[in-house]
Write a protein that binds this ligand. Structure first.
Ligand code: BG6
Length: 509
């Protein structure tokens, strides 16, 4: 099977040195190395490149090459070609070192020069901060101290920063202020792996590459929007992090609000980083922060208790490793947000997300208004759902449009039928990690899929007041949903108050 580029881009990224901080961490071995390998296999990684891993663990180039060769065998998403991998491995280097020590960065600087000379590389360097958030500012400060952040017209310096960007509005602003002392906004690539998902990228193509949807993509035709990001998994081994975070910080502030802004934004003047991001931030700024009273009536939080799924008992959140046994952290949220602009005034956007829910699915449901005239009998009309468009983000990827059709037979009976498009049937589709497009985009300097600081700030301005009210009013009913359910009953009540129900569709097999 011949392989297609993942993004439709044809030119490989700029020749560069890729420095990964956190080189022995999980993200690096599960996602970054497999993604870089996939790009190489697709000829989207520049032919001339080098990787330098940085981590606290002792080691050298030879030991690192051995480790990543074992890791790639376990985590690659496609068969590993020996010749391709050998070339990748021999271009991979390593330095051990503590991020807090300036000596590490002096050694790094010397190593970059050595590697650039050995491989005849230009001065471009991509720094990937796959480290805990508390190190973000420190790494950038140290890079600056040894002049590694200095760009020239021939040599770019870019920094990819993982989430979370801040713990709240204040800390996000502090972090941004710390970073901007040393690097320009245009050098910062705040990554959101949801924006690397094929179906999320397709939202813009679907909306602005077709002429039939945009005219009805507004309050006149759309009655509500729902975004569900449901996970079956619990917090696994990340209890320590998650207990300090909760689902609003972990999923809503970044992934979900970003997806929402792609659904609601105005057409950008071009598909370039700033045009798209200008439109996205306007959506976030149109979501008016709620008053404490509105927060109480428009949000629901939950925490999972124990449950039984497929005959297996699952522990309550409070009994998960590294979680406080009296934890007040939410593992579920449902809320109603209003985008107050001309396109969306009075159209509710319902979002919900949680761990240990009944299914693993991310989907966006666009609910259209009922047909204006009841031509086929009032009774029948009421029983039938209005048209719905479902964007299946994962695990099935595709789009369903529910339409009404006449049932075959002599009588005039009307039924809802789905028009399904599944990505699985859409040509050749190479398995990917979701990081390929993002790494590639950084190598070609395309910022479209990365968060600009103004949108990070706007997202925190939406969620901060909610977190404040919740913090002030401790949840008294936790745990309030069973592992393996669809969340607390109050989430259903929340949406019913507006006359709707939550939908979750399974894409036709
Ligand atoms: C991460 C969150 O950003 O996204 C995790 O920190 C969550 O808690 C994950 O499980 C979900 O990503 P995906 O791609 O599996 O939907």
């Amino acid at each position: 099977m011949s392989e297609q580029p993942l993004t439709g881009h044809e030119q490989p990224g700029d020749s560069c040195t890729i420095v990964i901080f956190g080189a022995s961490g999980d993200l690096t071995k599960r996602k970054l190395l497999p993604a870089l390998y996939n790009l190489k296999a697709l000829k989207l990684l520049p032919a001339n490149f080098a990787v330098i891993g940085v981590a606290v663990t002792d080691g050298d180039d030879a030991a690192y090459r051995k480790t990543i060769t074992t890791d790639i065998k376990e985590f690659a998403t496609r068969p590993v070609d020996d010749a391709e991998w050998d070339d990748f491995a021999k271009r991979s280097h390593y330095i051990p070192g503590d991020i807090n020590s300036l000596d590490t960065f002096k050694t790094l600087s010397a190593k970059i020069t050595e590697v650039q000379t050995a491989w005849k590389l230009p001065g471009n360097v991509l720094f990937y901060l796959a480290v805990a958030p508390r190190f973000f500012a420190k790494v950038v400060e140290q890079l600056h101290a040894v002049s590694l952040t200095n760009q020239t017209p021939e040599a770019w310096r870019r920094v990819i920063i993982e989430k979370p960007f801040g713990h709240d509005l204040t800390s996000a602003r502090e972090l941004n202020c710390d970073l901007s002392k040393h690097i320009e906004e245009s050098q910062i690539y705040r990554i959101d792996h949801y924006l690397g998902k094929e179906t999320v990228q397709n939202i813009m193509v679907f909306r602005f590459g077709n002429s039939v949807f945009e005219p009805i993509w507004n309050r006149r035709y759309i009655e509500y929007v729902q975004i569900t990001v449901a996970e079956e998994l619990g917090v696994e081994l990340r209890g320590g992090y998650y207990d300090q975070s909760g689902v609003v910080r972990d999923m809503v502030q970044n992934h979900i609000l970003s997806v929402l802004s792609l659904i609601a934004m105005e057409p950008p003047s071009s598909i370039t980083g700033d045009s798209v991001r200008n439109e996205k931030v306007k959506v976030l700024e149109s979501i008016r922060p709620m008053t404490p009273e509105e927060i109480i009536s428009n949000t629901v939080r939950g925490q999972y208790g124990e449950g039984i799924v497929n005959g297996k008992s699952l522990p309550a959140y409070r009994n998960e490793p590294d979680v406080d046994p009296n934890s007040n952290t939410e593992t579920f949220v449902a809320m109603k947000l209003m985008v107050e602009n001309w396109r969306w005034a009075e159209v509710p956007f319902f979002i919900r997300s949680g761990k240990r829910l009944a299914a693993h699915t991310t989907q966006i449901v666009i609910g259209f208004r009922r047909a204006p005239l009841l031509l086929f009998g009032a009774q029948m009309q009421d029983d039938l759902d209005p048209n719905r468009l479902v964007i299946h983000v994962q695990p099935d990827e595709g789009i369903t449009l529910d339409i009404r059709a006449k049932k075959p037979g002599p009588n005039l009976n009307v039924a809802s039928v789905p028009l399904d498009f599944s990505y699985a049937d859409f040509g050749e589709h190479a398995a990917a990690t979701g990081y390929e497009t993002l790494l590639y985009d950084c190598m070609v300097g395309d910022t479209t899929l990365f968060h600009r600081y103004d949108s990070v700030d706007a997202s925190w301005r939406i969620v901060d007041p909610i977190l404040d009210v919740w913090q002030a009013l401790h949840a008294r009913d936790y745990p309030n949903y069973a592992a393996g359910s669809w969340g607390p009953a109050a989430a259903d009540a929340l949406i019913r108050k507006s006359g709707h129900e939550w939908h979750h569709y399974l894409l036709k097999a």
